[in-house]
Every structure is written in structure tokens, then in C-alpha cells.
Write a protein that binds this ligand. Structure first.
Ligand code: SDX
Length: 426
């Protein structure tokens, strides 16, 4: 039921539009009746458009607030692990000890992929970008489950969700191993989610891989900090794909594809490449000037955000982790010096302050991932691995909602009006 109403005067008409209040954030004006009055709204890039009702994640861009099911990202990064966050995103509440144990056991026992998946990789070039391989292999999972999947059943939706959360680390590690020509490493059920991923990435049959506690903790925290983020581009892609009833594996492949863009999840790879291109602190001013030059397409990767206009709380947590990991691993990475100085200069530059450009989640994650030994071209795969639970939680929530409809935006048409076609002599 609407809380209040807006009256839109347009032409000789007055249209009453219901206004709904959520539990936090901006109220929304329900414009669904506008079509009947002969109008569409127009909001390219959805700068001011709510696409759905959701209870999963709340962001306050001005205050730098990020909540998952009401829990702050700072608390979760400090006191929860990634599987606890996965459980609450999927089920709505933080797990009890017993629920956590059962969930962890279920995920652990779904980490293997069908052995036929190995053959999909054989079709890729060895130097294929890992995100290209991830897009292909995640979508190909549809071929193993499409026939026995009824997405109208909540328990079958959750089973797909568990399979995806469990199998993404295996697929991502396979992309890396295929790139470097090493044999795929099978999952190990005696390891934590993060440790299992690191083992599949870095162990080789010839010797035992020693997992550092600091790296395991950092990896798990990176997963947590990337788990979900409201209706971002890739999550909205998954929702739109899922609204047609498409197979969840195909929907997640669509999310992987959307995340790949450098304006979105591809920014961590682009950010590290940018830091390497800058190379030293004395070259920072040159790049700051380029970022401000309207005629130069260059942007400071890892800065700015559609929603956060003060700071990205994840960047703050990531920054702390960055220092912890580099200190524990005794890594003295000059890129960190460049990153810290770039952050200091940008935060004090009038242009960046006026445009509210602050470091986002991708700014520090690349430095940690590099310190862990993950190659730059794998960064967005790590982001996709972590975000899969967010994507599939939104997919599950959307299909749980009564009256769910296929997404079908309209447009402002500015092309030719109808005109005669002249047949040519062929
Ligand atoms: C993620 O949506 C999410 O939640 C995404 C994400 C998630 O968890 O899912 O948080 C993950 O995608 C983080 C963002 C990673 N992307 C980058 O770091 C790439 C660099 N950043 C930009 O491309 C940009 O800031 C965006 C795309 C992130 C946000 O763009 P907006 O808010 O749509 O702003 P805009 O592109 O309209 O820019 C506004 C102004 C412009 O100047 P004017 O035209 O007004 O003069 O700010 C400028 C831009 O030129 N600007 C930048 C800049 N970002 C914006 N100038 C220099 N460097 C930048 N990084």
C-alpha cells in the first residue's frame, strides 16, 4: 500500500503516482501507471531508477554505508568469514553454528566439476583471457543441469546456488592452471573455502603447497568484500537475464560478462596496470592531469563510483588488509607506495574533491592480489568468484517474489518515422 502520492501534471493531465518508503534509503515513486497516461520515464544508465524491491544489501553512498542483511561490511569483514556471508545473502539471516556447519559441508561437497568440463578448456587458446574462459565454462555448466532444474521450486534454486558458490573457485583455478600449462588441481575437502581455492591455484602434484594463514585470511576477506553490492551493472544483468526464466548458470555467465568491463569489475586489473604504467611517485602528477583532461579518455582506475560519493567502505577495509598482508608477507611493493601517494594526491586535488572521486573497492584489492601471487589478468575472475553469491542471491530473491515479470524497458525513439521502401534491382 502506498505511503503517500506524487501528482504529475503533464499536458492537460494529472497523474497520481504512489510513493513507497523502504526500511532505509530513498523513497520511490511508482511510475508503472505512466504508460497508461501515454508517457515513459527516461533514465539512461538508471541514475535514479529503482529496478526492484530487495532485502539483501543496502548502500548509503553519501555516508559510505554498506549493509548485507543489515550487518555492516566492517563488522562482517572483521568477525565473519565468506561462507557465513554467503549463507546470510542466500537465506536472509546469519547462520547459527549448526547451520554454518551444515552449509559449509554442503558447499565443500559440491566443489568438483563434471570431468567433461576439462574438455571445454581444451578448445581455448593457452593465452585466452581467464575471463573469456570463465564466461564460457560457467555458461556451459547449464548443459549438465538444464534438464533437471525447475527454477520455480525454491529448493532447486538453492541447489543451483550452492553448486555455483561451490564450483566457481574450481573453475577460476582451472582458468589459471590452463593459462600456465599446469595440470588442474582437484578440490580438497579438508581445506577451508579460501585455502581450497589457493591450493587449486598454486599447488602442483610434485610437492606440497604450504598455505600461509595471512594469505588465507586475506583471500577470504577479499571474497567477503566483493560478495554483493546491490543493483550494480552485473547484478542487474543477472536479474534481467533471470527474469526470462533462463537457466541460472547462463544468468551467472551473463553476470561474468558484464563484470568484465573496465568500468566495473575489470577495474582492479586496469588499476594495477595503471599503477605499473605510472611506475614511480614522481610520475603521478602527469597521470592526475591526464585524468582531468576532457580530451583524454584516461581515467584513474580504482577511483570514483556511481553510488559512493564520499568513500567506499570496502576500500577502507581493503586498505587495512593491504598493509597487514604486505607486512606479514614481508612484501615491499613499490606499487603500494605509488598507490598511497596517488590516493593522497587525488584526495587533496580540487577536481577529485569536486567530482567526489574516491578510491573504490578495486583500488587496493589489486595490490593484495598481486602480493598473494595472483597474476593481474586473474583479478576480475576473483571478483566474479566472490560476486557469484550476490548474483545468485538476487536471482533467487527475484524468482521468490510473487508477480515477477520479465524485464522489458522502453525507449525514447528518435529514428525515422515510417517511410516508403524503394526496391533496388539485385
Ligand atoms: C565497481 O556499481 C557498483 O556497485 C560497482 C561495484 C560493485 O561492487 O559491483 O562497486 C564495483 O564497478 C567499482 C567501480 C570500478 N570502476 C573504476 O574504478 C573505473 C574508473 N571509474 C569510473 O569509470 C567511474 O568513476 C565509474 C564508472 C565507476 C562511475 O562513473 P559515474 O558515477 O557514472 O560517473 P561519470 O562516469 O558520469 O563521471 C562523473 C564525472 C565525469 O566528469 P564530467 O563529465 O562530469 O566532467 O567524474 C569524472 C568523469 O569524467 N570521473 C573520473 C573518474 N570517474 C569519473 N575522472 C577521472 N577518473 C575517474 N576514475
Amino acid at each position: 500500500m502506498a505511503d503517500t502520492k506524487a501528482i504529475l501534471k503533464v499536458g492537460d493531465k494529472e497523474v497520481e503516482l504512489p510513493i513507497f518508503e523502504g526500511s532505509a534509503g530513498h523513497p520511490v515513486i511508482d511510475v508503472r501507471s505512466l504508460g497508461g497516461a501515454g508517457y515513459f520515464t527516461f533514465d539512461p544508465g538508471f541514475m535514479a531508477t529503482g529496478s526492484c524491491e530487495s532485502q539483501i544489501t543496502f548502500i548509503d553512498g553519501d555516508k559510505g554505508v554498506l549493509l548485507h542483511r543489515g550487518y555492516s561490511i566492517e563488522d562482517l569483514a572483521r568477525d565473519a568469514d565468506y561462507l557465513e556471508v554467503c549463507y546470510m545473502l542466500l537465506h536472509g539471516e546469519a547462520p547459527t553454528t549448526e547451520q554454518y556447519a551444515e552449509f559449509k559441508n554442503t558447499i565443500t561437497r559440491h566443489t568438483l566439476v563434471h570431468d567433461q568440463v576439462n574438455n571445454f578448456f581444451r578448445g581455448f587458446r593457452r593465452d585466452a583471457h581467464p575471463m573469456a574462459m570463465l564466461c564460457g565454462t560457467v555458461g556451459a555448466l547449464s548443459s549438465f543441469y538444464h534438464d533437471d532444474l525447475d527454477i520455480s521450486e525454491a529448493d532447486q534454486r538453492l541447489r543451483s546456488a550452492y553448486r555455483l558458490v561451490a564450483k566457481m573457485p574450481t573453475l577460476v583455478a582451472m582458468c589459471y592452471k590452463y593459462n600456465i600449462g599446469q595440470p588442474f588441481v582437484y578440490p580438497r575437502n579438508d581445506l577451508s573455502y579460501a585455502a581450497n581455492f589457493l591450493n587449486m591455484m598454486f599447488s602442483v602434484p610434485a610437492e606440497k603447497y604450504q598455505i600461509s594463514d595471512a594469505v588465507e585470511r586475506a583471500m577470504d576477506r577479499i571474497f567477503t568484500l566483493h560478495a554483493d553490492h546491490e543493483q550494480n551493472a552485473s547484478t542487474s544483468t543477472v536479474r534481467l537475464a533471470g527474469s526470462s526464466g533462463a537457466n541460472p548458470y547462463a544468468c551467472i555467465a551473463a553476470g561474468v560478462a558484464s563484470l568484465w568491463g573496465p568500468a566495473h569489475g575489470g577495474a582492479n586489473e586496469a588499476c594495477l596496470n595503471m599503477l605499473e604504467e605510472i611506475g614511480s611517485v614522481d610520475r603521478i602528477p602527469e597521470f592526475i592531469e591526464r585524468a582531468k583532461d576532457k580530451n583524454d579518455p584516461f581515467r584513474l582506475m580504482g577511483f570514483g563510483h556511481r553510488v559512493y560519493k564520499n568513500y567506499d567502505p570496502r576500500a577502507t577495509v581493503m586498505r587495512e588488509s593491504c598493509h597487514e598482508v604486505l607486512a606479514e608477507l614481508k612484501v615491499n611493493d613499490p606499487l603500494l607506495d605509488v598507490a598511497m601517494e596517488l590516493e593522497r594526491i587525488a584526495l587533496n586535488d580540487p577536481y577529485f574533491k569536486e567530482k567526489k572521486l574516491f578510491p573504490n573497492v578495486d583500488f587496493y584489492s589489486g595490490i593484495i592480489l598481486k602480493a598473494i601471487g595472483i597474476p593481474t589478468n586473474m583479478f576480475t575472475c576473483i571478483f566474479a568468484l566472490a560476486r557469484t553469491v550476490g548474483w545468485i542471491s538476487h536471482w533467487h530473491e527475484m524468482l521468490s517474489q510473487p508477480g515477477q515479470k520479465i524485464g522489458r524497458p522502453r525507449q525514447l525513439y528518435t529514428g525515422h518515422t515510417q517511410r516508403p521502401f524503394s526496391k533496388i534491382n539485385k
